[in-house]
Ligand binder design. Structure first.
Ligand SMILES: [Zn+2]
Length: 129
């Protein structure tokens, strides 16, 4: 495993900066990432990776009351019917303003855990130099 000392030395050489300057930049970089993650922002380092805070698992309905009831009714009437039974109602839900605002409210009220998910970009594995 490599640490800050190695990174500072390696980046300093690649960027042609002094180790002191490089260390300042790296620390400012990580401070910015830390700050943004604390504000629940995702960090998209294009071509490298995406870092996101893991949201707390959502419990409850993701649709308006009317459509939630319709979904539950449909589900109860078609036990073991597969996802095909929902295709019609899902088309309606897609255009329902109440369902849309419910989803926006869920996004707004999402709480986050202290865990992170890191998704590598495809390019990350392509540039092996
Ligand atoms: Zn709805």
């Amino acid at each position: 495993m490599i640490g800050i000392s190695y990174l500072t030395e390696a980046v300093s050489k690649k960027a042609d900066l002094s180790e002191e300057q490089t260390r300042e930049v790296l620390m400012a970089f990580f401070e910015t990432i830390q700050q943004k993650l604390n504000e629940n922002e995702s960090i998209n380092f294009k071509g490298c990776f995406l870092i996101k805070r893991k949201p707390e698992p959502f419990k409850g309905s993701k649709n308006c009351t009317k459509h939630q009831e319709e979904l539950e009714k449909l589900s109860a009437e078609n036990k073991g019917g597969g996802f095909g039974i929902f295709s019609e109602i899902n088309k309606v839900i897609k255009h329902c303003a109440d369902c849309k605002s419910k989803k926006e409210e869920i996004v707004k009220n999402t709480k986050f855990t202290d865990r992170l998910t890191i998704q590598p970009a495809k390019e990350l594995w392509a540039n092996k130099n």
